[in-house]
Design a protein around this ligand. Structure first.
Ligand SMILES: Nc1ncnc2c1ncn2[C@@H]1O[C@H](COP(=O)(O)OP(=O)(O)OP(=O)(O)O)[C@@H](O)[C@H]1O
Ligand SMILES: N[C@@H](CCO)C(=O)O
Length: 300
């Protein structure tokens, strides 16, 4: 059984571990076959082949155990999403594997159940079961984590027209997301809480009502992105410059280093491209650009 799951950008500024946007920039394709050993065998390039260290394998092992499935399986992962760049690569493999297993064994899982198993796969990548990337990897679109335990995901009805430009730096860090999560403060002040809630509620309202200015105001974060800025020192200059060219806004994609830029027909697209190049050259960082759109829905 074959299933795919697209790249995603989690957090979207103030929505740490809450919001995620699926986009059609890249995708993973995962094939799951029954294997008459009682093992979980993983194949694929550039990813761990020990199932316990692979997000797809860890999710699969939980499902087989919980559903009492005794047969072994082979999981063939064709990686289309570059790993370690904030594009939800680890989560997408898990989501695609869970979707394929659900079909192969006709388990009839709900979308929230598939998110539950997929998010636990993320433990193999970064040590924590964050549900955001896998939520948009299962539902598509822009998703909100209403609750993690039990898993309750809401897919937002988006009424803002925009395009996505991903600025993807050449970058590698071992255990990048695990390190990035270690930088996040465990406590914040009441003022920080109020500002962050203002931003998140503005962002969500703006996306649903199609209010561009509210989205521009809302897609800002002074807690998690600020705590991680040492990982992507170019970010604030890049964000300021693209907004000077009337981008709607920009944010760090997931745990970075990729920057997601939202723009529309009011934006000076060529000005955005020039400013991205100016800033990244000034920081001496090679990068690629990827235009994409929201990945609306999967036909499960
Ligand atoms: N199936 C998989 N696909 C990709 N990475 C995997 C997979 N299984 C385990 N990993 C590990 O997870 C790491 C990538 O996950 P990480 O969370 O750091 O980045 P990401 O998922 O690409 O981006 P982000 O989570 O910030 O959106 C890799 O170093 C890889 O070793
Ligand atoms: N919310 C997660 C997303 C990782 O892609 C983090 O920022 O650590």
């Amino acid at each position: 059984m074959i299933a795919i799951s697209y790249s995603s950008s989690a957090n979207l500024g103030p929505g740490y571990d809450i919001l995620s946007m699926g986009h059609d920039a890249f995708y993973d394709e995962v094939e799951v076959l029954e294997d008459h050993s009682n093992e979980i065998k993983i194949s694929g390039d550039g990813i761990p082949l020990d199932y316990k260290k692979n997000t797809a394998g860890l999710s699969a092992s939980m499902i087989l155990n919980d559903y009492g499935i005794k047969t072994g399986i082979k999981i063939n992962i064709k990686k289309g999403i570059p790993a370690g760049l904030g594009l939800g690569s680890s989560g997408a493999s898990a989501a695609a594997a869970v979707r394929a297993i659900n079909k192969l064994f006709n388990l009839g899982m709900s979308h929230d159940e598939m998110v539950h198993y997929s998010m636990h796969g993320e433990i193999a990548a970064c040590g924590s079961a964050h549900p955001d990337n896998v939520s948009s990897g299962i539902y598509g679109g822009i998703t909100l984590v209403q609750s993690k335990n039990p898993v309750k995901i809401k897919k937002l009805k988006i009424n803002l027209n925009f395009s996505i430009l991903l600025v993807i730096p050449e970058f590698f860090m071992e255990n990048k997301t695990m390190y990035a999560r270690s930088l996040v403060p465990s406590k914040i002040t009441m003022d920080e809480h109020i500002e962050s809630t203002q931003r998140l509620s503005s962002l969500i309202s703006g996306l649903i009502t199609g209010d561009r200015d509210l989205v521009s105001y809302g897609m800002n974060d002074n807690i998690v992105e600020r705590a991680r800025i040492r990982m992507f020192p170019y970010y604030y200059d890049l964000k300021r410059r693209v907004i000077e060219n009337n981008a709607i806004s920009a944010c760090i994609s997931g745990a970075g280093p990729t920057v997601l830029i939202l723009y529309d027909d009011k934006s000076d697209y060529n000005g955005i491209l020039r400013s991205v190049d100016d800033v990244m050259r000034s920081y001496n960082i090679k990068y690629i650009l990827k235009k994409s759109r929201i990945m609306e829905a999967y036909n499960d």
